[in-house]
Ligand binder design. Structure first.
Ligand SMILES: CC(C)(COP(=O)(O)OP(=O)(O)OC[C@H]1O[C@@H](n2cnc3c(N)ncnc32)[C@H](O)[C@@H]1OP(=O)(O)O)[C@@H](O)C(=O)NCCC(=O)NCCS
Length: 173
């Protein structure tokens, strides 16, 4: 994402969700230590930003070391353009770029269990990972294994502090 696109991308993403708090999450992520413009990807249509997906460095607490990974959140497509393949193209493009440029062994997310497997995400618990909170259902806790992944990378996900400060981990009652 080019920094000039931020306001438009933020508005599109906030407007995509029914639930509140995406504005707080985006602002907290953007002002956090892990933010990098090259880890935020936008979808464009006729010169307008129509989608945003953000990746943030976080950690896996493995038995013998702490390993940096990425967390995908949030992902939003402009409300009036949803279900037309924009999210699909955005996520596929971002994953291809990250595979080319990043050394993290895995990308995690909490999300719609029926949407993300098409990109290669699988259940985190099936790959030896544990959620950071009891409020994350097993089905929604997903991982994408990057080219540098090897099986010694296993353990609990520790989200970057921005996710906690924005209260964006797990489903609240
Ligand atoms: C989820 C989202 C990013 C998908 O992007 P999109 O451009 O609308 O979707 P695509 O055209 O790429 O893919 C369409 C598929 O997504 C599915 N989908 C879209 N929104 C969904 C939802 N809320 N729950 C379940 N599936 C959903 C559609 O059913 C469709 O499935 P199919 O291909 O099996 O028929 C977009 O709908 C969105 O911004 N939603 C609101 C915010 C949100 O929920 N973000 C993700 C949080 S995990």
């Amino acid at each position: 994402m080019h920094p000039d696109e931020w306001n438009e991308a933020r508005a599109v993403c906030v407007g995509a969700f029914d639930e509140p708090g995406i504005d707080t999450l985006l602002d907290t992520l953007r002002s956090s230590w892990g933010w990098a413009d090259e880890l935020a990807f936008v979808a464009e249509l006729e010169g307008e930003v129509v989608g945003l997906v953000v990746f943030t460095p976080s950690f896996i607490d493995t038995p013998d070391r702490v390993v940096q990974v990425l967390v995908l959140s949030p992902l939003g497509v402009r409300r009036d353009l949803q279900n037309q393949g924009i999210g699909d193209a955005l996520v596929r493009g971002a994953l291809a770029e990250l595979e080319r440029t990043r050394s993290e062994p895995a990308i995690f997310l909490e999300g719609i269990p029926t949407y993300y497997p098409r990109f290669g995400f699988r259940r985190g618990v099936d790959c030896g990972f544990r959620q950071a909170s009891d409020r994350v259902p097993d089905e929604g806790f997903m991982v994408y294994l990057m080219p540098s992944y090897e099986p010694s990378v296993r353990g609990a996900l520790a989200y970057a502090d921005a996710f906690w400060r924005a209260d964006a981990v797990g489903l609240r009652e």
